[in-house]
Design a protein around this ligand. Sequence first.
Ligand code: TXA
Ligand code: MG
Length: 333
Amino acid sequence: MHAELLDPSDLHIQRCAQALQSGELVAFPTETVFGLGAAVSQLGAIEGIFKAKGRPSEHPLIAHVAPGADLTGWVAELTPTMQKLMNAFWPGPLTLVVPKGERMPFEVTGGQNSVGIRCPSHPVAIELLKATGVPVAAPSANRFGKVSPTRASHVLAELGDRIPFILDGDVPEVGIESTIVSLLDDQPAILRPGAITAEQIEAVLGVPVKSHGEVSKTPNANPRVSGALEKHYSPDAKVWVLPASELAALELQDKTLCVGWTDEFLAQADALREKFGEVLVEALSDKPGEVAKALYATLRQADELACRQVLFEKPGQTPVWEAVNDRLKRASA
Ligand code: TXA
Ligand code: MG
């Protein structure tokens, strides 16, 4: 098989919606990362997602819905808490884990009674979901354990020989996977940090939210969240996360990509280049959102440029950097 790469014209979106309805896989852009979609009603296609990714089939998938979609039967109940979060953050990068409805197949939920559901804000995703008419299960469109794709070319490189369609679209605004909040227990809990923070969710709900830090300290917290595996989101290059002050003492042998944003880090990286030669330096904007947006493409670039390692500037240890720190920790594990 060789994937067709389609620009997001109305005609192509209709064609991809029909493909989804008839049980084929379609990769599509969202505001977080590209997803590998299958209609939740097409169990053969759901199985195909796990095959294409090489992902264990007990890992649950996120079901994507269009704005205003009727969730009856897909989730057990529309609670006031859900409603508040949907009103505040949908469409957008927030996944709600809630009790599943009877129409939602266990194949999507990894055999669990709960389902992760989200309404993306990328216009191409919205048009595709509207045209498809049923929820679309979609993990990130990468091979298991690898860096999530933020360009259609990333999907083509990794899954092009395994899926029939890749829908293109504007570069994801957010760049890292959605925040996942579980509403299964009395206290909402962050299972995966993302662009929407615990503080923002607390402000909307008016109740305390268990931070990702607290959740991950609980033994066996949620082994079903594949993003919770220690090593995940990794390029082939080795990733080191370190502050500017540690660059000067390094001895480099292999081709290296340095990525940072402070003047100090970039100056130290330039000094490394003068000393050792094969050192590439990439400057990012110092805003957490901009670093998140560029993160995965930058990690992939290291592989594309045949760098053996990446030296990534260590971000601040503050809530606004939590999601980036989380992904960097896993990429460097
Ligand atoms: O931003 C995103 O969420 C992207 C785009 C494509 O929407 N999707 C994504 O999917 O990151 P994936 O499969 O790579 O990660 C989904 C995470 C997994 O770690 C999965 O275990 C968790 O969501 N998840 C889904 N349903 C769940 C459930 N019922 N209980 C606990 N975790 C769940
Ligand atoms: Mg993923």
